[in-house]
Structures are given as structure tokens and as C-alpha cells.
Design a protein around this ligand. Structure first.
Ligand SMILES: [Zn+2]
Length: 412
């Protein structure tokens, strides 16, 4: 793998500001995503790919056609252009630390930002390698520009090595994944692949095979407002009723107190006053049945609050967001099995992991395209302390090259 070219590619992509903007009222939510899409579409043309297209919604598509004489099922590779709105992605100045010597890294643009070994014990594995960080004032955007760079470098490698047999590989790069809209305009039929791989995972050699199942509850508490001077016996303060609602949410079912396979209920936004309060609550579990129990619990709590505040009315509206991909992946067992095989062929030990969140892949899997998620080397996403290791990016690209060959050997 040409690591220097991969590094240049990665740094070129992170310098384009593609921060997603919540509630922007347009798609994609920021112009930078279109700019990066154009740049990448040009690069794909230069590589000689077919069907290169930036569609009306800013998604970029391309095909690396099969070079084999026998029929091979098409697979797809997917990554997203946008970066998280949690930290700015404007004026990203990647800092490259060659032959990392170990120890803490003080970021040059903001000396208060220090990548400490104490907080990142896995840094010890990376002594002697090339680390890329931010300058401390922005995020890095390895989530998911590492995914973009890895996919395109792997495809470039395949075009340069015609002796490596592969089937059709479809590429699809999406917008606004970080704000939950990555798949809004992605037609699974247009992918035309038996399965897809998102390159949007942390670390190395991990295959995410499960995501949370997710619902969003909007809780509206209606009170009775009246001038406080005559409030006795007449006022019902929605703020107090909402506080009671929050108190009744079990603390042992919160993100602050759970990990691993345990789900949670997460109130994360509230607005309102005496007359009415609206609160958003995330429902999350790996098990759909337990997700439904969370919904029932919210309704029971609402009933109890209404009992304690007889003039209050508590509405709970639950809408589905995405579902655990495990069930959908079972429909195309080759997707994960071949990814594991590709790692083993390279002498690596793949680890099957679960994500306490969702990916474009959870929605895609729901839409009928089984889509596990692969490591790209990103670390500490969404933060000014985000970093990645160049050798991990290279390793992820090698996995894709090998994966294409596993499908070519076995994939029909
Ligand atoms: Zn991502």
C-alpha cells in the first residue's frame, strides 16, 4: 500500500470543511460536502472508474468493474462525507507525528489540548508509527474521511494491480450521516450489490456486526398556567411534573451507568415553561423486545405523573429510528464471513464487535442490503483530541483489497 499517497489523500479530504449542520433545512446540510464530493468524483474519474456520478442530493457513486472472466457477485463500499457538528471542522490543520516516540502529545494550536497516554492507553501500541492529530482547535474528521481515503486508496491499488482478480465493486459516499440522514436519499436498488461494507469503525481489525435498535420519544407535559398570585389549587406547573418524570426514569438505565450489551433511556433535550414542557428521550437496546419494554416504561411513568399531578397531561410519542443490523446480516452470511476470512488471510485476528449506536449500515441493512461496518483507524471521534494512525489506515485498505479477492474466489 502506498502509505505516503494515502496520507496525502487523507489530509486533502480533512482540509475540506464538511461539518453537518442540524436542522439546516437543506440537503446536504453544508456546502463543503458538495465540494468534497466534487473533488472525490474527479479523483474517481481519474482512476478510470465507471458510472461516476454526484447525484442531485450530493451522494457520489462509482463502479470498479469486474476484471474476472467468471461471474462474481457485486459488493458495495460506503463512507460518509460529513463530520460531526459536536466540534468544528473548519480550518482543520492535520499534524503528522512521524515515528511516534511514545509519551503525551501536546497539540500545537492549543497547548491545553494534550493527547495523554493515561487517557489513551492504546497509544503505547503505536510507538514507531505515524500518528495524525489535529492542532487542538478542531476535530480531525477521520470519522469518516479515514473511510473515504481507505476505500479510494484500495480501489486505486486494485486498478494498479490488474493481476488481482475482483468482481464488480460499487462505491457510494453519503452526506449527513452524523445527523441521522445518511441513507435518506440512498436507493438500495441503485447500489446493486449483494451486500455493502461501511468503512466507519474505530481502531483496527474490528467488524461491527450489531448496532443498537433505536427509537426517539417526544414527551410533552401539559400543565395549567395562571398568575402565581392566584395559583393556589389552580396552577399545575409542567416543569415540576417533568422533574418528577425525570426522577422516575431509572438511573441504572442511563448512558452514564451502562455499557456492553445493556440498553439505556437518555433524556437529552428539554424546553418549555409552566404551561408546557417538551422533552426528547432516546430509547436504545440491542434487543427489540427490550426496546419495546422501554417504551412501555415511559407510558407507565407518564401515567404515574398524571396520577400525582391530576391536572397535568403527559403525552409520549415514540418514533422508530433504526434497528439492530444483526437480523439483517443473517440473511447474507457471506458478508461477515468473507470479511473475517480477508483478515485471517492477512495474518490478522478479526474481532466481531457491537456498536452502542447506529451507522449508515444499520439503516441500509434494514432496507435489505446487509452492511457490516469495518475499522478505518479512527480514534476519539468528534473531539479535538481525535487522532488516527497512518499504518492502521493502510491496514484497512489492505483488508478491502483482500476482501475483493475473497469475493472473487468464492463469491457466486
Ligand atoms: Zn462516522
Amino acid at each position: 500500500m502506498n502509505l505516503e499517497r494515502l496520507l496525502e489523500r487523507f489530509c486533502r479530504y480533512v482540509r475540506v470543511d464538511t461539518t453537518a449542520v442540524p436542522n439546516a433545512g437543506r440537503y446536504p446540510s453544508s456546502a463543503g460536502q458538495l465540494e468534497l464530493g466534487e473533488l472525490i468524483a474527479d479523483e474517481l474519474e481519474e482512476l478510470g472508474l465507471e458510472d461516476v456520478e454526484q447525484d442531485a442530493h450530493g451522494l457520489v457513486w462509482a463502479t470498479l468493474p469486474s476484471n474476472a472472466r467468471h461471474p462474481i457477485d457485486a459488493i458495495a463500499l460506503c463512507a460518509h462525507f460529513d463530520t460531526s457538528p459536536e466540534t468544528t471542522g473548519k480550518n482543520v490543520k492535520p499534524v503528522v507525528w512521524r515515528r511516534y516516540e511514545g509519551g503525551d502529545l501536546t497539540l500545537p494550536g492549543d497547548k491545553t489540548k494534550v493527547l495523554r497516554v493515561a487517557d489513551n492507553p492504546n497509544l503505547k501500541e503505536y510507538v514507531g508509527r505515524t500518528i495524525v492529530t489535529t492542532d487542538g482547535t478542531t476535530l480531525l474528521g477521520a470519522d469518516d474521511k479515514a473511510g473515504l481515503a481507505v476505500i479510494i486508496e484500495a480501489v486505486a491499488y486494485l486498478t494498479e494491480h490488474p493481476e488481482l482478480s475482483h468482481g464488480p465493486i460499487r462505491l457510494c459516499f453519503t452526506c449527513d450521516e452524523e445527523i441521522g440522514h445518511g441513507v435518506d436519499h440512498l436507493d438500495p436498488k441503485k447500489l446493486a450489490a449483494v451486500c455493502c461494507y461501511t468503512l466507519d469503525g474505530g481502531g483496527h481489525d474490528m467488524i461491527d456486526v450489531e448496532t443498537f435498535s433505536a427509537d426517539l420519544a417526544v414527551v410533552t407535559v401539559h400543565g395549567v398556567n395562571i398568575h402565581p398570585s392566584i395559583g393556589k389549587g389552580r396552577m399545575t406547573n409542567a416543569l415540576r411534573a417533568t422533574a418528577r418524570f425525570l426522577e422516575l426514569l431509572p438511573k441504572e438505565m442511563s448512558p452514564e451507568t451502562t455499557d456492553g450489551r445493556d440498553g439505556f433511556l437518555h433524556p437529552y433535550h428539554m424546553e418549555g415553561g409552566v404551561a408546557e414542557v417538551r422533552m426528547n428521550v432516546l430509547l436504545r437496546d440491542f434487543d427489540d423486545a427490550k426496546l419495546f419494554e422501554q417504551q412501555q416504561l415511559l407510558h407507565r411513568i407518564a401515567a404515574q405523573v398524571e396520577q400525582e399531578y391530576p391536572k397535568a397531561q403527559v403525552d409520549v410519542q415514540v418514533a422508530p429510528q433504526y434497528r439492530n443490523m444483526a437480523a439483517g446480516l443473517a440473511k447474507e452470511p457471506r458478508a461477515v464471513a468473507y470479511a473475517e476470512q480477508a483478515h485471517r488471510n492477512l495474518g490478522r485476528i478479526p474481532e466481531k464487535t457491537i456498536i452502542r449506536g447506529g451507522t449508515d449500515g444499520s439503516r441500509l441493512t434494514e432496507l435489505g442490503v446487509p452492511t457490516p461496518n469495518l475499522s478505518t483507524g479512527e480514534q476519539n471521534p468528534h473531539s479535538p483530541l481525535e487522532w488516527c494512525c497512518l499504518e492502521d489506515l493502510g491496514a484497512a485498505a489492505e483488508v478491502l483489497v483482500e476482501l475483493a479477492q475473497v469475493w472473487a474466489r468464492r463469491g457466486k
